[in-house]
Design a protein. Structure first.
Length: 544
């Protein structure tokens, strides 16, 4: 008998993706689904034709004075403690409480102009979105459920996607909650990295207080969970050990240690937050700022959200779903997560600026419970059915969100050096700020006492670091005294004339729709220097 001849002409066996990714180089070079999600968010929010693009990140000019403050710190090697920019409160005490971000923005601006600032902001926001979906997948969430909730979350949070320091709070908060969630499942020493993170966080944005709140809720919630668990055992007829009782057999004693662990961590992070240029005075200032009735009444982002936009419709879905999930979690005795949802839902409803914070904490919790509901509803589906195929694809693809390659970093580096064809911003948006007016009449505006809006005051500071303004975006600094004078001025209230004289304004640069504009047109001592239909410039007539 002859031995069988080997077959020829057949293709070699195909290697599985698992065997390919066994190589470290392959894992680094082959993009993962997590990488693709990061890049998709970057394109969707900032590079697609239908988005506001890079200019949208500059629709709030606060970044202007942040850049100039960072330059002051770089030049003087000191964090300012007195005002640098106003003629209404010259030399008054001032908290530059986001000085770390100011320095970063200044360094990026010196290296690459506004391109560096907006690219940094876009990367932070894309990382924030990526941490959301990776937190969901790490908890075993169905991939397609995670995608839907993550995109709803990003859409909701985008109401506050600006090149301002608060975006670092969104990223740090998402990472911090992720660490807490993992620690609650498998306690490790890694959770103590939250202490140095708090130190960094305190010096880049005042949102560090939200981490203290999350940890405090976690400590309290774990204590309640332990108490409820012991109480449940007693009611079920289980006799606890003698050392678990405080002397009365019917009164359980909480001996569970996680609440002690998180209480100590809360105190450690609170102590770490004292490491800042202002010490505990920073905490008092931030709390006073957040509690100010005047701030809540006049600053739109501190007011309750209006459910009239697409972003707010997406938030409404997450809000209602989150509250339903909180009820389910309470039934499951998962007190910590229920407290998170209720607390941050209250914050979001009290101020629109807290909507992204709600998303950062709650979106993965919603996705996890929706995934459990989906799994229970489709567990009887055949593998050959549409639902079965969808579930198999989701299960097979989930692993692709658990690793990262070099591609996001490579794309970011490429964008750093790429100029055309991307329309990088050279200035702030002309539709929102008096760019053309200053370009044509800078000599009559800059270095003069100008009455302008708070946002345009920010822009003037950006255009000229030596510019002194009546007000700018630092509402915590000006407070109700100067703030109310500014509001009375632009609304043309009864004391407008005396306020103009008291501060010796040389010029007025305002949007044409404000009431004071029509009043000044009738005054003989004010001359209309330029009017483009949207922006008007008055200069005071010299005395005869």
């Amino acid at each position: 008998m002859t031995s069988p001849q080997p077959l020829t002409g057949l293709a070699p066996p195909v290697r599985s993706i698992e065997s390919v990714l066994a190589s470290r180089w392959a894992r680094m070079l082959i993009p993962s689904l997590s990488d693709l999600f990061f890049l998709a968010i970057l394109v969707w929010l900032f590079m697609s034709s239908g988005s506001a693009g890079w200019q949208g990140l500059l629709s709030d000019a606060d970044v202007g004075w942040h850049i100039r403050t960072g330059e002051y710190i770089l030049d003087h090697h000191a964090v300012p403690r007195q005002d640098l920019y106003s003629f209404s409160k010259p030399g008054a005490p001032w908290f530059a409480w986001e000085w770390g971000t100011d320095v970063a923005d200044a360094a990026l601006h010196r290296a690459a102009g506004l391109k560096g600032v907006v690219l940094f902001a876009a990367v932070v926001l894309a990382l924030f979105a990526t941490t959301l979906i990776r937190r969901m997948i790490s908890r075993g969430t169905h991939l397609f459920v995670a995608m839907v909730v993550a995109l709803l979350g990003v859409g909701s949070a985008s109401i506050h996607f600006l090149a301002r320091p608060h975006i670092l709070t969104l990223l740090f908060l998402s990472v911090s909650v992720w660490m807490i969630e993992r620690d609650r499942r498998h306690p490790t020493r890694a959770i103590w990295w939250l202490v140095p993170l708090t130190v960094l966080w305190t010096n880049v944005h005042g949102g560090f207080l939200v981490l203290i709140a999350v940890l405090g809720l976690t400590a309290f919630g774990t204590a309640v969970e332990a108490y409820v668990g012991q109480l449940g055992k007693l009611r079920a007829g289980c006799q606890p050990a003698p050392d678990q009782l405080d002397g009365l057999s019917t009164r359980p004693q909480v001996i569970n240690l996680p609440h002690i662990r998180y209480s100590v961590l809360t105190l450690a992070c609170a102590a770490g937050s004292l490491i800042n240029p202002y010490g505990y005075h920073l905490h008092a200032h931030v709390v006073e700022y957040l509690r100010s009735d005047w701030i809540r009444n006049v600053i739109q982002e501190f007011q309750s959200p209006s459910f009239r936009t697409e972003n707010m419709a997406q938030f409404e879905v997450l809000l209602l779903t989150g509250l339903m999930v909180a009820c389910v979690l309470l039934q499951k005795r998962r007190i910590v997560e229920a407290l998170w949802i209720v607390f941050f839902a209250h914050l979001a409803l009290s101020g629109a600026r807290h909507v992204p914070v709600y998303v950062a904490v709650v979106a993965p919790l919603i996705a996890c419970e929706l995934s459990a509901w989906w799994t229970a509803a489709t567990q009887g589906a055949k593998k050959s059915s549409l639902l079965g195929i969808v579930n198999d694809i989701a299960a097979d693809s989930a692993a692709g969100f658990c690793r990262s390659s070099i591609w996001p970093a490579a794309v970011i580096v490429t964008l750093c050096f790429l100029r055309a064809p991307i329309p990088w911003p050279q200035d702030f948006p002309e539709l929102l700020f008096p760019v053309k007016m200053i370009r044509g009449h800078g000599g009559q505006i800059l270095n003069r006492k100008v009455l302008t809006t708070d946002q345009w005051g920010d822009y003037l500071i950006y255009k000229n670091p030596q510019q002194k303004v009546f007000v700018d975006g630092r509402s915590d600094f000006y407070g109700p005294e100067i703030g109310n004078q500014y509001i009375h001025l632009v609304n043309g209230n009864g004391d407008w004339s005396s306020t103009l004289d008291r501060y010796k304004f040389d010029a007025v640069l305002l949007p044409t729709e404000l009431a004071i504009v029509q009043i000044l047109k009738l005054q003989q001592d004010w001359l209309v220097e330029a009017d483009d239909g949207k922006t008007i410039l008055f200069v005071r007539r010299p005395p005869n």
